[in-house]
Design a protein around this ligand. Structure first.
Ligand code: TYM
Length: 321
């Protein structure tokens, strides 16, 4: 089965990205045909500082590699190194009703927040569709916030196939309930744009500060507490197997445990969990040319994989004459 997903290189990597998508992708490498990329074209909708985008792209690549992406076994590349995706975007645009894009929550939310709407932001889901369809992806592991975009990809693929024959595989989003929406420190969806993230790779002091800022209620230390309504628990549980979740649950319900105590434990858990990856990440970033070489090989593999699809599209649409 072909599994594909991508991540934008805009800003630092947080627990929502890790648990919502990256962890699963890295695990999938064992048995599946994994395609994974850094969506730097998409990041242009929010990053307009060229140096920041370039640096962010290398950092995002280093993040994924440090966390266990294996570029030999999988196909791992930077989106803009496979510009064919733009050609496919154009072809697909002609099968994308305006209404389909106008209904996209992500677009509507951004506009509602006051971000000036431009064509890039509006057409974002079409580019995402091209990412998915160029490689005939079966499954797309994402967080819940991207579900609608994968449905858009399916709709566009259907329309295109209806016109030109069975060219594209119809993709399906894959979303695990327990990590569909990882909450941030205020209980809303963890997201850079809400300023409520816990970041994977940062100084200990800053990490501790983020975790201590997790919003809790004012139940006194000695009283029993409800883990299901506690943001600390909702984040902590991501690191725990079922038994350890149960044990923590019991400590909440027994009373006598303060939020400060559990936050300190969470801090140590997050720190220790990512420390070995941080070391590897530093090494990777110390050799940007090595990193670029890995990405260049990945792009070559991706271009080869996408070529037959694009050839078919060119032939069927008449672009090849
Ligand atoms: P991006 O870069 O915003 O996020 C990367 C992945 O992290 C997931 N995610 C979360 N999951 C659970 N809880 C959260 N709080 C949380 N925050 C983020 C996102 O759902 C996503 O899976 N448009 C995509 C990138 C992209 C893409 C694609 C993905 C471009 N082309 C093709 C799949 C297929 C995006 O902006 O992800």
């Amino acid at each position: 089965m072909r599994i594909l997903s991508g991540i934008q290189p805009s800003g630092s990597l947080h627990l929502g990205n890790y648990f919502g998508m990256m962890k699963k992708m890295i695990e999938y490498q064992e048995n599946e045909d994994l395609f994974c990329f850094i969506a730097n074209y998409h990041a242009m909708t929010s990053v307009t500082d060229g140096k920041a985008l370039a640096r962010g792209t290398l950092e995002a690549a280093a993040n994924f590699l440090a966390l266990g992406m294996d570029p030999e076994r999988s196909t791992f590349w930077v989106q803009s190194d496979v510009p064919e995706v733009q050609e496919l975007t154009w072809a697909l645009s002609n099968f994308t009703p305006m209404g389909l894009l106008e209904r996209c929550h992500s677009y509507k939310d951004k506009v509602a927040k006051g971000i000036a709407a431009n064509h890039g932001l509006f057409a974002y889901p079409v580019l995402m569709t091209a990412d998915i369809l160029l490689f005939q992806s079966d499954r797309v592991p994402v967080g819940k916030d991207q579900k609608q975009h994968v449905e858009v990809a399916r709709d566009i693929a259907l329309k295109f196939n209806n016109q030109y024959g069975e060219i594209f595989t119809l993709p399906e989003a894959e979303i695990d309930d327990d990590v569909a929406t990882v909450p941030g420190i205020d209980g809303q969806k963890m997201s850079k744009s809400y300023g409520n993230t816990i970041d994977l790779f940062q100084e200990e002091k800053a990490l501790r500060k983020q975790i201590m800022r997790i919003v809790t209620d004012s139940t006194p230390v000695e009283d029993p507490k409800n883990p299901d309504q506690c943001n600390v628990f909702q984040i902590y549980r991501l690191f725990l197997d079922k038994d350890r979740q149960q044990a923590l649950r019991r400590r909440y319900e027994a009373g006598g445990m303060g939020y400060g105590e559990v936050k300190q434990e969470l801090f140590e858990t997050v720190r220790d969990f990512f420390a070995p990856f941080a070391e590897r990440r530093r090494e990777l970033l110390a050799d940007p040319d090595g990193l670029r070489a890995v990405l260049a090989r990945g792009a070559e593999k991706a271009r080869d994989a996408g070529a037959p699809t694009l050839r078919k599209v060119r032939k069927k649409t008449g672009l090849a004459y």
